[in-house]
Design a protein around this ligand. Structure first.
Ligand code: RIB
Length: 305
């Protein structure tokens, strides 16, 4: 079956330590546990979309190391089409993650193979993009590739989602016209708009700036405060389901993948946002990136409560 959701993005092996708190500069802390977990924002979003009901294809690069094999196998095990995941010389992407007792994390990323996903590689698998209904990009691969993929998605008439993570400076202005849904978290919205997002009102101001820049619609994810939708004619606040957070890694990725899967299944925007939010809430009750992402039936079981 052709993939309805195509993710152009990163695959990382996450090396995850739990510690009482995040270390300060120059400090050595004793960790409580260590795990090696498949992650990467692109791959996490692909897994989320697949577990949450979509046919998915991944476009990306892994290194020619053992992590590369594991990262690709993890996606294949979810039924994700990996024909457009190439193996390149060198190491795979790696993320060094510390999660503290209050479930916050700090992450250092080494791009590895993700840095070799050049626009030509995406152009070479244009047939994969052509079969999509929804194309999702993030910022863990070269910016030229993100720009190319957004523009190509627009030319092909697809629904184009950009999750501008991790936070960087302002986006290239010409990107905005290609984006149907821009989905930043608070800090990413702040980095893109110049507005410090620390309340619903400031989120509305930031969303207005991003709409004025040319984004079609904006959804700012606000963690435990839910999310804010803006389309230029109205704002809508979606409160988040209340859960006990254990590890917030990949919560945003789960929201984006769940939202995309629901849109591709023909759900309304509001339904897709609520579905993504429940999936993200469930993900924070579990540890790790891909292991924490719930299935469609987990989400359906949660919704009546
Ligand atoms: O969004 C979470 C992801 O960010 C982790 O899986 C890690 O790989 C980093 O890319």
């Amino acid at each position: 079956m052709p993939a309805k959701v195509v993710v152009v993005g990163s695959l990382n092996m996450d090396l995850v330590t739990r510690a009482e708190r995040l270390p300060r500069g120059g400090e050595t802390l004793a960790g409580k546990s260590f795990a090696t977990v498949s992650g990467g924002k692109g791959a996490n979003q692909a897994v989320a979309a697949a577990r949450l009901g979509a046919e998915v294809a991944m476009v990306g690069c892994v290194g020619d190391d053992a992590y590369g094999v594991q990262l690709r196998d993890a996606l294949l095990a979810e039924g994700i089409d990996c024909q457009a995941v190439s193996v390149v010389e060198g190491s795979s992407g790696v993320a060094l993650i510390v999660v503290d007792d209050s479930s916050q994390n700090a992450i250092v990323i080494v791009a590895g193979g993700n840095g070799q996903l050049m626009p030509e590689k995406v152009a070479a698998v244009d047939a994969v993009l052509q079969q999509a209904e929804v194309i999702i990009c993030q910022l863990e691969v070269p910016l030229a590739t993100v720009g190319y993929s957004l523009q190509r998605g627009r030319e092909l008439g697809k629904t184009v989602i950009l999750n501008p993570a991790p936070a960087s400076g302002p986006l290239p202005e010409q990107w905005y016209a290609s984006i149907d849904y821009l989905i930043p978290n608070e800090s990413e919205a702040g980095a893109l708009s110049g507005v410090v997002v620390d309340s619903l009102e400031s989120a509305e101001q930031a969303a207005n700036r991003l709409l004025a820049a040319g984004a079609g619609k904006v959804i700012i994810t606000l963690g435990a405060q839910g999310s804010l939708f803006a389309d230029g004619s109205r704002f809508e606040h979606f409160p988040a389901p209340k859960v006990q957070a254990l590890d917030t890694t990949a919560a945003g990725d789960t929201f984006v993948g769940g939202f995309a899967a629901a849109l591709a299944a023909g759900k309304s925007e509001a339904e897709a946002i609520r579905f993504g939010q429940v999936a993200a809430a469930l993900s924070v009750t579990r540890a790790g990136a891909q292991p924490s992402i719930p299935t469609q039936s987990d989400v359906q079981a949660f919704i009546p409560s």
